[in-house]
Design a protein around this ligand. Sequence first.
Ligand SMILES: [Zn+2]
Length: 306
Amino acid sequence: MTYKFTFSTNNNTMTGKYYLTVIILLIFVLFGVYPAGRKADRETLNLEEYFSPEEMDFIKANGIKSRDLEPYLKYQKFNVFKYYQYREAREKYNFSYLESLNYVNNPNYYRFYHNPQKALFAGAPHILVNKCYFLSEDYEPEGLVNAREYEIDYIVREGEEIYLKKEVLDSYQKMYDAAKAAGIELMIFSGYRDYEKQSVLYYQVYNQDDSISARPGFSEHQTGLALDISRPGDGLTLLFEQSPSFAWLMANGHKYGFILRFPPGKESITGYSYEPWHFRYVGAIAAEIREKNLTLEEYIFSNMEI
Ligand SMILES: [Zn+2]
C-alpha cells in the first residue's frame, strides 16, 4: 500500500509518510486522544510523596486506590486513618470531600459549649466566633476606630463610645450613604464589646440566659466585626423587621460585606434566636452567603478547611 500526495511535487513516498505521521499526531493532539498519557500519570501518582511509611502500610493493607485518595490530597488536615469515616459521611449525608473532612475532623462543630475551641480564622473578616469557638479574655481586634470619625448615625449613650474595625466602618459608610440616598434610615446601636463588658451582660444583665446572651469570649461583638443596626423607634426588638430599613438591608447589605447573622429558621446552627438587628461584616463572601441563604457556619463548613 502506497500513499500518494498531490501536494508532494516530486511524488516522494518518504515525504508522504513524514506528512502522514505529522497529520496523525496533530489529530491525536487536537482530539484529545493524548490523555492516555495523563491517565498513566494518575496511575503512577507517587503516594510515598504524600504519606508516611505507617500511612502507606495502612493504604496497602486496605487496598485503598490512589484515585480514591487523590481528591483529598489538597487538604492539609486529611488523615488517611480516617479514610473510611470520611467515605461513610460522604455517602450518608451526600457531603463533598471537603465537607466529609470537616465533619469527621470537627465532631463538635455544631455542639454548643461542648468542648469549645479557639476562634477559627482569627484576624480574617470571616473569623468564626460562636458557641463553639471563642476568643480569649485578652483578645482585642486590631484597627478599632470610633464611629465618631464617620458621617453616620449611631446611638449616643453616656460614657459609651461605639468602636468597630476600620474596614467595617469604611464599608458601613458606603452602605449608609447608599441607604440615605434611597431615603432609608440606619442607626448603629452597638459595635465592639470587650470580654469584660460581655461578662457583665451575661452574668448581671441577662442572668446567664444562653438563648439571648453569649458567654464572655463567645460573643462575636468582641471581634469588632459585628454590630447592631436598627432605627431609633424600633430599638433592638422584632419591630425592626417590619421597617423599610430592614428590607433595604436584606436586599443590599451583602453588597457592602454585611450579613444578617442570626436569621430565622437557623437557630439550631447559629445557637441564637432570630435577631433582625444583629449584622456581621464578613467581606467578599457576603454575596454568596446571601444568595444561597446560608449562615456563616454553613458557608465555612462547605468552603473552608477547618
Ligand atoms: Zn448584636
